[in-house]
Structures are given as structure tokens and as C-alpha cells.
Design a protein around this ligand. Structure first.
Ligand code: ADP
Ligand code: MG
Length: 317
């Protein structure tokens, strides 16, 4: 089946150290190369939560030890994580494709995602990032750098950044060109580098924010005209009544059913909810579009509809 797939890999499945990441990426690359060998076009995106946290933290610690070393703004950290994760993916995918006799060009695009400066998320920063501080120290940094902090689950005070909605992908045309030429493209890593456009000059500036990678993946899938959005994670299905005695896996839900389950609170915010919301956005964006949420190990079966949670348009058969 010749389909265009946008595949989203969870950042939590990529490991915490460069060595762990190289091994995790090799395993993911094997599943993705199988899909390319089967005749699918693939655009790959990935999370970066643990990785961007480590990069940000490293600069914070270096700055604390030696004030001549700067702290690193979030958009810069996201761009670094896209390059570092993309480089590992390029190597592992190229090797896995060659081993299957399916070699093709593999390229990572440092991707900027436009957000709206009027997005209410900018007034309510919600995503905790970086180091834990005692309250007094957090207040000092907050005042000195104009940053927001919250108390994070009894563990200390942490910086919070906004998590705005992705509006547009700046490099969409470049990504489409590469895909049309037969390249396997890695794009929108970590949800993309959040940017706002200056209405007078048209130039783009980085924003201190983190875009949800599942929501960015849905936009990417729409902008490349994908047939399937495939969200690969660490659970085999989305579940109703997750982690209760009544838990049951969902093999298939229509967009309307998915909206109802979201409203009923079945999916945790910050983990499964954004995946289902992304799935709804993509499956309701055009005819023939479907989303599947599945375990990385089941990627092949998920694409053929035999594993994972499918989100299908209302009225689909
Ligand atoms: P990723 O790095 O792939 O984005 P996340 O940790 O953000 O992974 O999301 C996957 C997690 O969502 C699972 O490990 C699971 O614990 C959690 N989760 C929350 N609610 C549900 C649910 N209703 N069904 C299945 N998993 C759920
Ligand atoms: Mg996640």
C-alpha cells in the first residue's frame, strides 16, 4: 500500500543518555525502515522532553558555576535537540534502509513552528521545565529574568513556559519538496522551534515556549497531505478508565466518540490527551484521513489497522 505516513515518536522512548538514545533510535529505525520497504512514504517527527530538559539544565548548571557561560533560551535548546536527535535518526535510518535494500536519502529539517502571540497559553505558562529550586532562589530568578515559576508536586520550584497551539510550519514547502523527491524527512522535532512573525518586517523571532509534539505532528500531517498520522508511544492502545479495574483498550473510535471520551476525562493531560486531540484534529481534516496511536513495536500492524487505537472520521466504515 503506497501511503504517506507522518510518524510521531515519543521523546520518552528515546532514552536519557547519548548511548541509550543511539540504541533506542536503532530499534525505532528498524520499525520505520520496514514501513518504507513496504512502499510507504514516511515523514518522521519526534518528542524531545527529556533531551531538551537536559540541554537546558546543562547550561543552567554551567552558568551557575561560571557566570561567563550564558544560560540558553528555550528556542535555542529545542533547535539543538532537533539537530542532535535528527543526526542519530539519520544514521540509524540510513543503516536500516540499506540493510533492507531500500536505501533512500534521509534528511533532518530544523523546523520552526509559528505560534500566535495572542494565544492564551502565553498568559498561563503551564509546562514545567529545567531545574528544581528552593522558593527564595526561584523568586530571585523570576524577578531577575522575568520568568514564571510554580511549585511542582512537592519537589521544589520550577520554571514554567507556555505551551501554545501550533499555527503553521515555516519549512512546510521545503519538507514537501524533499518528500516529493523521495527523501525520508525528519521534521518538527520537539514540536518545532516556536516562533512569532513580526507583522511589520516579516522576520521570525524565537519564543520562550514548548509546543506539544503530538499537536505539531497533526499540523505536519495536514501540511504534507498525509494519509495516516501514526503516533508511536509506550502503550499498545489508548484506554478508557485507564489504570482502574474497569480499564479497557480502545481499538477504534470515531471523531465524535473520541471527543466525548476526552470530555469525560479518560485521557491524562500532558500524555494521552494531546495524542487523542491531535488524532481528532487530523482525522477530521480531510477525507480518507485516519490516526492510529500504538506501541512502537506494533508500528507495522498499526499502519495496516491491525494494532493500536484507530481514530476515524464519523461515518467511516
Ligand atoms: P510520549 O513520549 O510517547 O509522548 P507520554 O508519556 O507523553 O509518551 O504518553 C504516553 C503515556 O500516556 C503512557 O505511558 C500512559 O501511561 C499514559 N496514559 C495516560 N492516560 C492514558 C490512557 N487513557 N490510555 C493509555 N495511556 C494513557
Ligand atoms: Mg508525550
Amino acid at each position: 500500500m503506497n501511503r504517506t505516513l507522518v510518524i510521531a515518536l515519543g521523546g520518552n522512548a528515546l532514552g536519557q543518555t547519548p548511548e541509550a538514545q543511539r540504541a533506542a533510535v536503532r530499534a525505532a529505525a528498524a520499525r520505520i525502515a520496514d514501513l518504507v520497504q513496504a512502499g510507504n512514504r514516511v515523514v518522521l517527527t519526534h518528542g524531545n522532553g527529556p533531551q531538551v530538559g537536559i540541554i537546558h539544565l546543562a547550561f543552567d548548571l554551567a552558568d551557575a558555576a561560571d557566570p561567563q557561560i550564558p544560560t540558553m533560551p528555550f528556542p535555542e535548546c529545542t533547535a539543538m535537540s532537533q539537530g542532535y536527535i535528527g543526526w542519530h535518526l539519520q544514521g540509524a535510518l540510513s543503516d536500516a534502509l540499506r540493510a533492507r535494500g531500500a536505501a533512500c536519502a534521509v534528511a533532518t529539517v530544523v523546523t520552526q513552528v509559528v505560534v500566535d502571540p495572542a494565544d492564551p497559553a502565553f498568559r498561563h505558562p503551564s509546562k514545567p521545565v529545567g531545574l528544581f529550586y528552593p522558593e527564595a532562589e526561584a523568586m530571585r530568578i523570576a524577578a531577575a529574568h522575568g520568568q514564571a515559576f510554580i511549585e511542582d508536586a512537592g519537589r521544589g520550584w520550577r520554571r514554567v513556559v507556555p505551551s501554545p497551539e501550533p499555527v503553521d510550519i515555516v519549512e512546510a514547502e521545503s519538507i514537501r519538496t524533499l518528500v516529493a523527491a523521495g527523501s525520508l524527512v525528519v521534521a518538527c522535532g520537539g514540536g518545532g522551534v516556536p516562533v512569532c512573525r513580526n507583522p511589520e518586517t516579516g522576520s521570525l523571532a524565537g519564543m520562550d515556549a514548548v509546543i506539544d509534539k503530538d499537536k505539531a505532528a497533526a499540523r505536519l500531517a495536514m501540511l504534507v497531505g498525509a494519509d495516516r498520522l501514526v503516533i508511536l508511544t509506550t502503550v499498545p492502545f489508548a484506554a478508557l478508565d485507564y489504570r482502574t479495574p474497569a480499564q479497557r483498550w480502545i481499538p477504534r473510535m470515531t471523531v465524535s466518540e473520541a471527543r466525548r471520551f476526552c470530555a469525560e476525562g479518560h485521557f491524562a493531560e500532558g500524555s494521552m490527551l494531546p495524542k487523542v486531540q491531535a488524532g481528532i484534529a487530523f482525522a477530521s481534516s480531510g477525507a480518507g484521513r485516519e490516526t492510529v496511536i500504538a506501541h512502537l513495536e506494533d508500528a507495522g500492524k498499526a499502519v495496516s489497522g491491525a494494532a493500536g487505537t484507530r481514530i476515524v472520521p464519523d461515518g467511516a466504515t
